[in-house]
Design a protein around this ligand. Structure first.
Ligand code: MG
Length: 390
């Protein structure tokens, strides 16, 4: 069987690194033909050597200038090199693990060129949902989620008529601050927020899990991936992160996909779908050890970013792009100590109130909303940020 040729965008991040190790265990099926990162040249160089990768791309066009002693590979740089790469005829699967809305153009290019897109960059789907759906339809590309909840839904939906779906229920771990009172949330800092109870992930998504903004992003993601109305998508807290999501059908039957939390499983499934490949290194499920499984409602008041995000999804147009960009700005501002934890929802709400909603017809519509949202978010930090100006 010919090897499936895979490009990994965002190869130095948590999902990118996990993808390389999954593929290394399945070298009889998959081959990494290119790795790509924004600017981490040294890490990419190490990956080129370790995984014997023929092409390496650095998205930042200036970083490679004057760099010598790179390992032997076809080194390219710049955003256009990224877009050419994902559309290359010698590529079968594009794993998009770029962080943030910067991943949108690569998502569109891969789907437009008819590739399988294994998508970990949920922000691109949230910001440019209608464009992504259209690019897949026109280019014939296939969109397979790497997000664990959406991988679970995909697996539960297999073989079922989409019309028979009554409800999707996404699970959320609840993050490190589940159960904290509002006055306790006032005092939490970046170090507390970066300590995730069940998943080991990059900083952006870990903060999004602490605010539950991640779950709002995932509801919007599910809406576009599966074409399901918002009123049929819910999220609940499930602290053990064993049930990755539920799908309820119109006859009342509910299917779920379960497993110990590891991103390697949804990564492998996104590469092999609809097939399943044996992987002895993935931990065997044990119902007794995973017991008890508990479920709670999301506190929509304490975790206001969840509520704001879902509302932005329902408003549609550029509102999800504004939510996403303002949230990225809020995460950065929180991590750098410019705003407090509970100011993140205020900052994002300010951007949504300030930037007028428009329809999403072109990438420029998304980019303009994204820029306007970041400007509005910065204004908020200057005028309201309680830590701003000392
Ligand atoms: Mg997820």
């Amino acid at each position: 069987m010919a090897l499936t040729r895979v490009v990994v965008l965002g190869s130095t991040g948590s999902i990118g690194r996990a993808t390389l190790s999954v593929i290394a265990r399945h070298a009889d099926r998959f081959q990494v033909v290119a790795v790509c990162a924004h600017s981490s040249v040294d890490e990419v160089a190490a990956q080129v050597i370790e995984h014997n990768v023929p092409v390496a791309v650095i998205a930042d066009s200036e970083i490679l200038d004057g760099v010598t002693d790179l390992p032997k590979a076809d080194w390219r740089s710049g955003q256009s090199a990224v877009l050419d790469l994902v559309a290359d005829e010698n590529v079968d699967v594009v794993v998009n693990a770029i962080v943030g809305s910067a991943g949108l153009e690569a998502t569109l290019a891969a789907l437009g060129a008819g590739k399988r897109l294994a998508l970990a960059n949920k922000e691109s789907l949230v910001a440019g949902g209608p464009l992504v759906v259209e690019a897949a339809r026109e280019g014939g590309g296939e969109l397979i989620p790497i997000d664990s909840e959406h991988s679970a839904i995909l697996q539960c939906l297999a073989g079922h008529d989409p019309e028979s779906v009554a409800r999707l229920v996404l699970t959320a771990s609840g993050g490190p601050f589940r159960g904290l009172e509002r006055r306790e949330l006032e005092r939490v800092g970046p170090k507390d927020a970066l300590r995730h109870p069940t998943w080991n992930m990059g900083a952006k998504i870990t903060i999004d899990s602490a605010t539950l903004a991640n779950k709002a992003l995932e509801i919007i993601e599910a809406h576009f991936l599966y074409g399901i109305d918002y009123e049929k998508i819910e999220a609940i807290v499930h602290p053990q992160s064993i049930v990755h999501s539920f799908v309820e059908f119109n006859d009342g039957s509910v299917l779920a996909q379960l497993g110990f939390p590891t991103m390697e499983l949804p990564i492998l499934y996104a590469l092999s779908h609809p097939e399943r490949i044996a992987d002895p290194l993935l931990r065997t499920f044990d119902p007794v050890r995973s017991s008890p499984l508990t479920f709670e409602e999301i506190d929509r008041e304490r975790f206001a970013l969840y509520t704001i995000g879902v509302e932005a999804g329902i408003r549609g147009g550029t509102a999800p792009a504004v939510f996403n960009a303002a949230n990225e700005a809020a995460v950065q501002a929180f991590l750098s100590g410019d705003i407090r934890f509970l100011e993140m929802p205020e900052m994002v709400a300010h951007a949504l109130d300030t930037v007028p909603k428009r329809n999403v017809e072109t990438v420029d519509d998304v980019m303009e909303a994204d820029t306007a949202a970041r400007i509005a978010a910065r204004e908020f930090v200057c005028s309201h940020g309680s830590l701003a100006g000392g």
